[in-house]
Design a protein around this ligand. Structure first.
Ligand SMILES: Cc1cc2nc3c(=O)[nH]c(=O)nc-3n(C[C@H](O)[C@H](O)[C@H](O)COP(=O)(O)OP(=O)(O)OC[C@H]3O[C@@H](n4cnc5c(N)ncnc54)[C@H](O)[C@@H]3O)c2cc1C
Length: 250
């Protein structure tokens, strides 16, 4: 498996569960770019405990025919540090790129990207929403290629198109989930999160925990790992911190 993002880890987890011998290649600790070191550490430890082999060694490159791979072409990769790995099957998930080629020359792109305002607008009569759009967030202008992000943006853009400046602005709070290696994560708020959580409440089993980070921008991020909690309650934990409904145990 080349790529240690959520998709790479989910594919790796499914393959390990199916009894395959799996090596995952990632230039950084798996999931650290998306979630930060703390949550990434939890998932990576769980993965290694369940039999995943994690290899760093820098960016991966497919070894092709020109390099004398012969019949092994397509089943070997080289890492930046010189490590060569061979597999029966190579799967890769190393990120996505917005499909904006068809807009080239339209004058809608700024530095090669679609940048909408807080109401999803490129122009008063043209809106964009979803994975393709960069939009203003408390962490700067960025794409957030997630399901709920696409849905929230689309609703705001539709009203923006109809009502113009009278339309409500996007008030975006990311929601993300992933499952793998026996862990189920649901998180609300921006990730990656920095450092250790400010709040930690253990659940019923050793791998179950409810966490919260107070972010530098003043926002909160809450994460439930193998912890049953309704999403509105998780949103509330992210927004205002632990209240009477969520006990605090520092
Ligand atoms: C394997 C995978 C797993 C994922 N898992 C999760 C998850 O667990 N949780 C989560 O929140 N998000 C997940 N995502 C991300 C989520 O699917 C996307 O954020 C979401 O689908 C974005 O919606 P969208 O409408 O912007 O784009 P899309 O769903 O990609 O829809 C875009 C549509 O536009 C079409 N299209 C593209 N170019 C053109 C063109 N020029 N003309 C006409 N049509 C065109 C495409 O064919 C497609 O039908 C996952 C993504 C992938 C790939």
């Amino acid at each position: 498996m080349v790529g240690g993002g959520p998709l790479g880890m989910e594919v790796a987890s499914g393959c390990v569960q199916a009894g395959c011998e799996v090596t995952l290649v990632s230039d950084v600790q798996p999931l650290s770019r998306q979630l930060g070191d703390h949550l990434s550490g939890m998932f990576t430890s769980a993965a290694v405990r369940r039999g995943l082999r994690v290899v760093s060694g820098g960016k991966a490159r497919l070894i092709d025919f020109d390099e004398g791979a012969g019949s092994a072409a397509g089943t070997r990769i080289a890492l930046a540090d010189g490590t060569v790995l061979e597999a029966d099957l190579i799967v890769t998930a190393i990120g996505d790129e917005p499909n904006i080629g068809w807009l080239a020359g339209s004058k809608l792109l700024v530095d090669g990207s679609l940048r909408v305002d807080t109401r999803g607008r490129l122009r008063p009569e043209i809106v964009a929403a979803g994975d393709v759009a960069f939009f203003p967030t408390s962490r700067g202008v960025q794409r957030v290629p997630l399901w709920t992000s696409a849905i929230d943006q689309a609703k705001v853009a539709a009203v923006g198109l109809l009502q113009g400046d009278a339309a409500p602005e996007l008030n975006f709070q990311p929601y993300f989930w992933t499952e793998g290696f026996g862990l189920s994560l649901k998180s609300v708020g921006f990730t990656p999160v920095a450092g250790a959580p400010d709040y930690c409440e253990p659940g019923k089993d050793p791998e179950s925990v409810l966490l919260r980070w107070e972010n530098d921008d003043g926002s909160g991020t809450a994460a439930a790992v193998n912890y049953r909690i309704p999403i509105p309650k998780l949103r509330r934990l992210a927004d205002v911190g632990p209240g009477h409904s969520v006990r605090q145990r520092r």
